[in-house]
Design a binder for this molecule. Structure first.
Ligand code: PEP
Ligand code: MN
Length: 364
């Protein structure tokens, strides 16, 4: 037989074998998926190095060549890896925060017309803490003038030292509500403890969970029972996986209106308070359907780079940014170094408005 016809004959034998291997691989994947479901039910992780090692040893014992054991190891390790990816992808599909289709976006609407999510870039602003009616009124007036629709109305402050200003409490919330009503703003305020929820519910349009409480599952569950939206800040030492699972606590308890906020993570940086993890924005956009807001104040801890960070937030694909604004930051009771004065806030707004392109997530 001539070489070309022999080659054809041999190749004709290979093709159906490829198809058989393909069929077997997919049969294996189907069973592995079921194993993944069982593991998920019992709460065991998918990656099991001991089981992989056992399978590889069994294959080596059975291997009669011509493939070397090393080659067999490589091929099967690749199969194990693909299987693990499949199991993990399946698991993510079952969580509520995960975006299931490219065009799935949660949009959160407020009574004053504010819409957070996907179609616009919104600003949340206000002082670190409510300090007086006059302070809130001056900020509220400027926000309304610039078309901002949500004010920070912080009555309770999580401070490093118990001797520092802890917030005005309910008195502060009353002021925030009054000012918000005067200027048509929505009020958002940090809830430090679940016992405060019923009282705060009288004053706020949305609840805020600070970085220190991101993994307080009791608080998250309690907020999951509320009908108002919840803004969840990323913990300064939290991975994105931990962050989205914290959001999952709220959603799994019944409240689907969750807003995520990237606020910077703790690194070795000396020149900023935290390090703004801007990559969190596209990643969270890719993985979840929730609105994501960038905190340009606590991430940097300094006002002099607020404008460039604001511009970066705008093009990152985020649904908005949060900035601290105070009529006289130098005498602020907390976070004096990072709050913008009213003029600086106006400049920030001009700057952001000059950035015309907000990054849009491409359809898959
Ligand atoms: C805040 O934004 O008011 C705040 C206290 O920030 P964080 O929880 O991110 O430290
Ligand atoms: Mn602050």
């Amino acid at each position: 037989m001539s070489a070309p016809s022999r080659l054809k004959e041999l190749r004709d034998q290979i093709d159906p074998i490829n198809l058989q291997i393909l069929e077997l691989l997919n049969k294996r994947a189907t069973i592995a998926r079921e194993i993944g479901q069982v593991l998920q039910q019992v709460g065991t992780r998918f990656y099991d190095p001991q089981r992989e090692a056992e399978m590889l040893t069994a294959l080596q014992m059975a291997n009669e060549g011509p493939f070397s054991n090393e080659a067999i190891n490589k091929i099967f390790s690749e199969i194990f890896h693909a299987t693990l990816n499949l199991e993990e992808r399946d698991a993510r599909q079952t969580i509520l925060v995960q975006r299931k289709q490219p065009d799935q976006h949660t949009i959160i609407e407020f009574r004053n017309g504010l819409r957070l999510g996907n179609d616009s870039f919104e600003i949340i602003a206000g002082p670190c803490a409510v300090e007086s009616y006059e302070q809130m009124d001056r900020v509220g007036a400027v926000l309304a003038e610039r078309g901002v629709k949500m004010i920070r109305g912080m009555g309770y402050k999580p401070r490093t030292s118990p001797y520092d200003f802890q917030g005005m409490g309910e008195e502060g919330l009353k002021i925030a509500r009054q000012v918000a009503n005067k200027y048509g703003l929505a009020v958002i305020s940090e809830v430090l403890d679940m016992s405060l929820i019923p009282m705060m519910d009288e004053y706020v349009d949305a609840f805020w969970v600070g970085a220190r409480n991101m993994q307080n599952s009791f608080l998250l569950r309690a907020l999951g029972k509320q009908s108002k939206p919840v803004l969840l800040k990323r913990g300064f030492g939290a991975t994105l996986k931990e962050f989205i699972y914290a959001a999952e606590y709220i959603m799994a308890s019944g409240n689907q209106q969750v807003i995520l906020m990237e606020r910077g993570i703790r690194t070795f940086s000396e020149w900023t308070r935290n390090t703004l993890d801007i990559s969190a924005v596209p990643l969270l956009k890719q993985e979840t359907h929730l609105p994501i807001i960038v905190d340009i104040s606590h991430s940097a801890g300094r006002r002099d780079i607020a404008n460039p960070l604001g511009r970066v937030a705008r093009v990152s694909g985020a649904d908005g940014l949060m900035v601290e604004v105070h009529p006289n930051p130098d005498v602020a009771m907390s976070d004096a170094k990072q709050q913008l004065n009213l003029e600086q806030f106006n400049q920030l707004m001009d700057d952001i408005e000059s950035v015309s392109d907000r990054y849009q997530q491409p359809a898959e």
